[in-house]
Ligand binder design. Sequence first.
Ligand SMILES: Cc1ncc(COP(=O)(O)O)c(C=O)c1O
Length: 385
Amino acid sequence: MAGILKERLFTPGPTPLLMEAQARTLTATLHHRTESFRQLMRETSGHLKYFYNTQNDVLIFSSSGTGAMEGAISNLVSPGERILVGTAGKFGERWLELARSYGLEAVKIETAYGHPLPIEEFDRRLRSEGSFRAVFIQATESSTGVSHDVEALGKLVQNYPETVLVVDAITGLGTTALEPDSWGLDVVIGGSQKALMIPPGLAFASVSEKAWNLIEKSKSPRYYFDFAKERKNQAKGETSYTPATTLVVSLHAALEYIRQVGRENLIENAATLALATREAARALELKLFAQSSPANALTAISAPEGLDSGAIVKEMRQRFGIIIANGQGTMKGKIFRLAHLGYYDMPDLFAALAALEITLNKAGHRCELGAGVRAAQDVYLKRRG
Ligand SMILES: Cc1ncc(COP(=O)(O)O)c(C=O)c1O
């Protein structure tokens, strides 16, 4: 290694940590069955509602995001019931795998990787194929860098009193303007290691009244992710089981920071970084993987002809300490992904793009040094003046 090499995360989770939030945990002496922790939990829940932009309950679980996804399935749907699942990438496929594990009949609406899900197809299926207990989708499909129109889907599902909409917004929250209450997003799933700028280990689920009514009637087995039990406890500032106390301390601090920055500004930050990255990619003659509706959370870029994206990921890491993400599953080797969610700023992006330009040239994709950075600078100046 030549000289100093700092590691910098540019992955769509875990994301760079907010140091203030990390530092808070060092001085926190905690027991979860104390008044001071209950107070912390109550405040954190209030802040989470702000982050989510909802008046619904937001439950906190000690698990990664997938735990709350599983909880949404087990709490809302009973064995043998039918669900409608939109899938356009690895995380949409996770809904299908979960449904299979619980013996549910999942009707899928699928579209090719790199494309957004056609909402009119959900309309058609809901009208013509009998009743569905729930509809599942991602706000942002992190494996492809595409966002889905959950507003249109929510407004559609609102017309069906016995059907709820579950949105995996693990990378959608804090990057996309969501209005869960007026759009009818009944359950919205989040995770700590994304726009919240803290380590992995907490999952969240907001739950609407419509969803609570369904939860009362549903019969799938559940234990740890028992939403009704958790709601009762969290109303008192308690959790059903021992929570990840230090992560709750970090979460509280990170949410205070986000309240200072402003939810809308956090989203705008991701949107500007994403736009700048797309413009930089074009300037470097790279193809975006998202054919339309690119997400703010991350940008997926196709590897240039004849190049394995793994080689770009490796070179970025070895040469510059910059950690970007390869494609997942069948997209491995074909795309690389650069994240914008959470604690990323414009200088981070300028640095990553400058490193990418060198990396691409070394790998044989000739591009003009500085062209990508300049495109990103132009976006910055246009949006921020
Ligand atoms: C859209 C989406 N859904 C689900 C997950 C899974 O979350 P976790 O790895 O926290 O279980 C991720 C993680 O990257 C994600 O981006």
